[in-house]
Ligand binder design. Sequence first.
Ligand code: CA
Length: 407
Amino acid sequence: MNAVDRWPPVPDGSPFGVANLPFGIFSQPEPAARGGFRRIGVAVGDNVLDLSPLFGDDCFAAPTLDGFLARGRRMWSGTRARITELLTDPHYQGAVSPHLLPRSEVVLHLPFTVADYVDFYCSLDHASNVGRIFRPDAEPLLPNWRHLPVGYHGRAGTVVVSGTPVVRPSGQRRPPGAETPMFGPSVRLDIEAEVGFVVGVGSPLGEPVPIEAFADHVFGVVLLNDWSARDIQAWESQPLGPFLGKSFATSISPWVVPLEALAAARVKGRAQDPAPLPYLRRTEPWALDLSIEVALNGTVVSRPPFATMYWTPDQMLAHLTVNGASTRTGDLYGSGTVSGPDPSQRGSLIELTWNGTEPLVLADGSTRSFLEDGDTVTMSATAPAADGTRLTLGEVTGTIHPARPTP
Ligand code: CA
């Protein structure tokens, strides 16, 4: 049965059911008459619902979600409710069907203009693993870790949409045992499986966002791969932190899943000891039960559980604004690498291969410590949906291209 011949237009078992309805930006390469016109769509079943002809509002004919995001929570909620009505009431089938376009025939784009980008470090298991790898004789967590969500400001302009090639970065690195650095392509190129949070409504300079206002500001979530050149990072980040080892590319999934779609995925979150300072105390359950899967050249290498994160996204937003830093539409913040307690749940190669000492074996028999040219990494995630099905966050994928010649 063609998906459009049933109402709602969702094949059985589709993770893009009417309880999901993620927002993205698409264009049609054909017919050429449409001129590659970028506009807002919502994924449903195997299709994209073209919102611009159905809603008499210019914000849906825009080439980014920016205008829609800035309109705020009542608009987000009202739009979602109306789309749900259009897709479930058979009365609308005739009017809506012409605006369902097969997803296989559209191109997806970066969904919003990334304003500022922050990356956190919120997984207890990830931070502990990294501490054990680099400081084997010391306490794995640094003294501040359980008191605040550690983070840094990254490079917004190099956040790219899923499918964008990732060119292997070149830079300085100091090989083990060497006294001076050398220059060349990174030989320790890694991934970080993360969840990204998209700010719709910003906050003014000087005014911290209270933790309970999280859902008034954050519209939804994406999957995020924080590509990381471990050798460049290790040499350059003393004493300040991540710089060129991270800023060459950060990939995100094309569909932004609204927080409202994740109501059934909300869980209490991990116990925190010691109790955080008052501004970081949770008022609502905003840990999210997202099951992430990481595949390297088609072999699933990890299944990180987002529900095991120590710091939750409401705490991240409260912390990043507590000094009065403003936020704006399109701000993106990543959770940090998602790693669970089990070795099969580690969200980076440096952990999965224990700093390269235990290479992974892929389905084709080849082994990997870090990424090789031509490798493709694909992350996907599912979560419980309000109607008892599972919804998907879609996927974020990228293929490593060889380093460019150095000038
Ligand atoms: Ca990261």
